[in-house]
Design a protein around this ligand. Structure first.
Ligand code: FES
Length: 100
């Protein structure tokens, strides 16, 4: 499979794992292609199982209203199953795991 889009870097804190991510796909999917598993369930922005904090960088959503309140968004919470990176990002996901 070829990856399209602008390539950016994601760091998974507190582990310090780095991976290349494309702005064409959500962070959760991009991390998994790099062998990093983030907690998830619905993968469509409603269950909040993947909710984590964006320590730095910028993300955007292609869906109308991901399951976050305005306050949560303002506090830096994101849903990586539907959040596309817009810049290099650092996300805080203590429960992330290496695949394989
Ligand atoms: S996995 Fe359900 S909101 Fe992200």
């Amino acid at each position: 499979m070829s990856i399209t889009g602008r390539m950016l870097r994601a760091v998974i804190a507190p582990h310090g794992w780095e991976c290349e991510v494309s702005d064409a796909m959500p962070l959760l999917e991009a991390a998994s292609l790099s062998g990093i598993k983030l907690p998830s369930s619905c993968r469509n922005g409603t269950c909040r199982a993947c909710m984590c904090r964006l320590d730095s960088g910028q993300v955007s959503y292609r869906i109308e209203w991901p399951g976050l309140t305005r306050e949560e968004k303002a506090e830096g919470w994101i849903l990586p199953c539907v959040a596309h990176p817009e810049a290099d990002v650092v996300i805080d996901v203590p429960l992330a795991a290496k695949l394989g």
